[in-house]
Write a protein that binds this ligand. Structure first.
Ligand SMILES: NC(=O)c1ccc[n+]([C@@H]2O[C@H](COP(=O)([O-])OP(=O)(O)OC[C@H]3O[C@@H](n4cnc5c(N)ncnc54)[C@H](OP(=O)(O)O)[C@@H]3O)[C@@H](O)[C@H]2O)c1
Length: 275
């Protein structure tokens, strides 16, 4: 198994937390990064109690412009060698683009894209010097497919997909593996569960449990797979969409995800009524 440390962002809940537990099971030492709250401390305690690995954590808001530098400086100060970097922290929102508070969209860009790119920029040179290492970006099926009513989220995930796949080719000769994880729906947050419900059967059949996604992500990354799409049916759906003409595909996606916008408009109407 890999020596050194595996650094996971967004490791206190959801997919990140399950990836941390799966890595610990495999004997990998961990550095966990997430927002400062009880979720992060609970995750650290659980891993310390259940597994014989070294684990440390840093509570930080990765939306800050200098957050990645702070994370990097912390690892240098503590003498931690990061051999695996998993850029997992991210969030999304849905509805008409103009209905989503703009600061939320800005934070989405900062967390989903800038934090991942900055972390990679800082940790990649030492991996190249060592001649080995893994870096994973977390995209989404919605980054591959392009989703109306999730324009910003879908675009941040498209960026991650494109950035890490291009980087993968650049890093091959240096011995550093770069992978990109593209999950379909995963019931993690109440918001994610609600979105799966809104889409009904279509979403349910491609939904995978959080521990399944985490296990596939880590095991395929260690096998140096480029694009990791958990679930055979989901992979088939993606391949199928590549065969459909773009305008037909976008017409279908618009119809399919219009419910997100309707739901947000309803929510906004209720808020106005309460005021
Ligand atoms: N769930 C899905 O259906 C799905 C599908 C495709 C792709 N993805 C992607 O997979 C990744 C994980 O999703 P998830 O559903 O597991 O998310 P989640 O359950 O909401 O967990 C997100 C993690 O990121 C941390 N985080 C959030 N904002 C942060 C910030 N500003 N600074 C530092 N850490 C922050 C959270 O910390 P706190 O616990 O402190 O809030 C938490 O540990 C995301 O990139 C997401 O876009 C998810």
């Amino acid at each position: 198994m890999e020596k050194g440390y595996t650094l996971i962002t967004g490791a206190s809940q959801g997919i990140g937390r399950e990836m941390a537990k799966y890595c610990a099971q495999k004997g990998m030492n961990l550095l966990l990064v997430a927002l400062p709250n009880e979720h992060l401390e609970d995750t650290v305690k659980e891993i310390e109690t259940d597994y014989l690995v070294k684990v440390d954590h840093l509570a930080i808001d990765l939306c800050q412009l200098d957050a990645a530098q702070q994370v990097y400086d912390w690892t240098i100060q503590k003498g931690y060698e990061v051999h695996i970097l998993i850029n997992n922290a991210g969030f999304g929102d849905s509805g008409f683009f103009e209905d989503i508070p703009f600061q939320k969209t800005v934070n989405m860009l900062l967390l989903n894209n800038l934090a991942a790119v900055s972390m990679t920029h800082l940790f990649l040179p030492q991996m190249k010097k060592r001649g080995h290492g893994h870096i994973m970006g977390t995209s989404s099926i919605e980054g591959i497919l392009i989703m109306p009513y999730k324009a910003s989220y879908s675009a941040t995930k498209r960026f991650i997909y494109s950035f890490f796949l291009a980087l993968r080719q650049e890093c091959k000769k240096a011995g550093v593996n770069v992978s990109v994880l593209c999950p379909g729906p995963v019931p993690t947050t109440p918001g994610a569960i609600q979105r799966i419900k809104v889409q009904g059967k279509k979403a349910e059949i491609i939904t995978r449990s959080v521990d399944h996604v985490a296990e596939i992500a880590i095991s395929k990354m260690l096998k140096k797979q480029g694009i990791i799409i958990p679930g055979r049916l989901l992979r088939t759906v993606v391949l199928g969409t590549w065969l459909i003409p773009f305008s037909i595909k976008m017409w279908f996606f618009e119809r399919m995800s219009r419910r997100y916008a309707d739901q947000r408009v309803e929510m906004m109407k209720k808020q106005v009524a309460v005021k």
